[in-house]
Design a protein around this ligand. Structure first.
Ligand SMILES: NC(=O)c1ccc[n+]([C@@H]2O[C@H](COP(=O)([O-])OP(=O)(O)OC[C@H]3O[C@@H](n4cnc5c(N)ncnc54)[C@H](O)[C@@H]3O)[C@@H](O)[C@H]2O)c1
Length: 363
């Protein structure tokens, strides 16, 4: 986390959720839809993914206020087989659609071994990991994918064409351990570029390109005229593999689900069109396969963690470990640290919506 401690204020997790809920309810969101959104957003912050947490709240408020996203319907199953379902999210909040879909996938996996649910008509769903982790809570492997607004410039191109299309894959291991891969298929999430811009610090190489399609370290250039680079960065560094993964996610989401896809998804933040995102949720019941899954998972994870670290490093991690550390720190310190600029923005939002402002503590 960049900056000094005095740049931050602490907010208890329960208060952060409650603040998100009161903002959303104040603009007409159904309480259970608002609670689902608050749960996923604050989970993002709690896990250390500040790019997909409360910093997005204003966008959801705006979408509900303008009617671009609605809250007066429920998701509907359009087609269903033993292990699969196709769902219309009816333009509801992404976390509400996602929760419906992943719970349906888990139910199907209990009966059919695997459950795969694909939605159209959805909206931004926050961190992909939340949905996969719900499967881990049910003792299953979980996968979740979404397409997003075009922000990524394909290898050799200069125009934003693909979304940051995140994917997550989480799996349970023995003794409540887990593998939790949750990542954008761009080198970094767009929100991280926005955060650097807000804090006025340059971005590392391979995060984004300028109007000419060339690598840049200026967050402004990326946000205004360029775009994000696919996972890996330049072609020389394997960026075309990230580009391929983004297309893979798109196939499972917008193409399979019949929603918008690729460059035809609405522009990020500036458009008032309905998003009609495609999303895919998979639950895999490990009991349908070889016995002893969790034990073998633990062996693999512990083997990786037990490796001799490279010179200058202290330990080898597996996916999910950085988030686990972050959650332990938040618990120990009694709340999530938010940058003062975000706290100020949330104060203004509360004032505009006429809701009680968020209770903060000195960091
Ligand atoms: N809804 C959307 O439109 C959208 C779009 C893009 C990203 N996102 C979300 O943004 C979040 C951030 O994405 P990101 O790509 O910036 O994540 P990231 O790069 O911080 O982490 C990606 C993964 O790498 C793992 N990891 C990190 N350091 C590691 C190490 N040293 N060893 C082993 N594993 C390690 C993490 O545990 C995580 O699973 C994710 O939750 C993602 O779902 C959402």
């Amino acid at each position: 986390m960049a900056g000094s401690v005095s740049d931050y204020q602490r907010v208890e997790v329960s208060e952060a959720k409650s603040f998100c809920e009161r903002c959303m309810v104040s603009v007409g969101t159904k309480p259970d839809h608002a609670a689902a959104l608050a749960e996923v957003l604050v989970c993002g912050d709690y896990r250390g993914h500040y790019s997909h947490g409360m910093n997005r709240l204003e966008m959801y408020v705006k979408d509900i206020k303008s009617g671009t996203t609605v809250s007066d319907k429920e998701p509907v199953i359009l087609k269903e087989l033993a292990g699969s379902a196709w769902v219309d999210g009816n333009n509801l909040l992404g976390p509400w659609v996602g929760k419906f879909c992943i719970d349906l996938a888990i139910k199907k996996a209990k009966e059919a071994g695997i459950g795969m649910v694909v939605a159209k008509g959805s909206n931004h769903f926050g961190i992909a990991g939340w949905y996969s982790l719900r499967c881990v809570e049910a003792g299953m492997i979980g996968m979740a994918f979404t397409n997003t607004s075009p922000l990524v410039v394909p290898t050799r191109g200069r125009k934003r064409t693909m979304g940051t299309n995140p994917l997550s894959m989480c799996a349970p291991a023995a003794n409540n351990d887990q593998f939790a891969l949750d990542m954008a298929t761009s080198t970094c999430a767009y929100g991280k570029v926005e955060l650097n811009d807000m804090k006025e610090i340059p971005i590392p190489k391979s995060w984004g390109s300028n109007a000419k399609g060339q690598e840049t370290t200026s967050p402004k250039e990326v946000l205004t005229e360029g775009g994000l680079m696919p996972l890996g960065g330049t072609e020389e560094c394997g960026g075309y593999k990230g580009y391929g993964l983004a297309v893979m996610v798109e196939i499972l989401c917008g193409i399979l689900g019949g929603g918008n896809f690729g460059p035809f998804v609405r522009q990020w933040k500036t458009s008032t069109e309905v998003a009609n995102l495609g999303q895919c949720f998979i639950a895999i019941n490990t009991e349908a396969f070889a016995p002893g899954f969790e034990g073998r998972m633990s062996t693999l994870l512990d083997t990786c963690r037990g490796l001799e670290p490279a010179e200058g490093e202290t330990e080898v991690l597996v996916a999910g470990d950085p988030e686990k550390r972050h959650m332990e720190k938040v618990d120990k310190e009694g709340g999530v640290l938010y940058h003062k600029n975000l706290i100020r923005q949330m104060g203004e939002l509360a004032k505009n919506l006429g809701v009680e402002s968020m209770k903060t503590k000195e960091a």
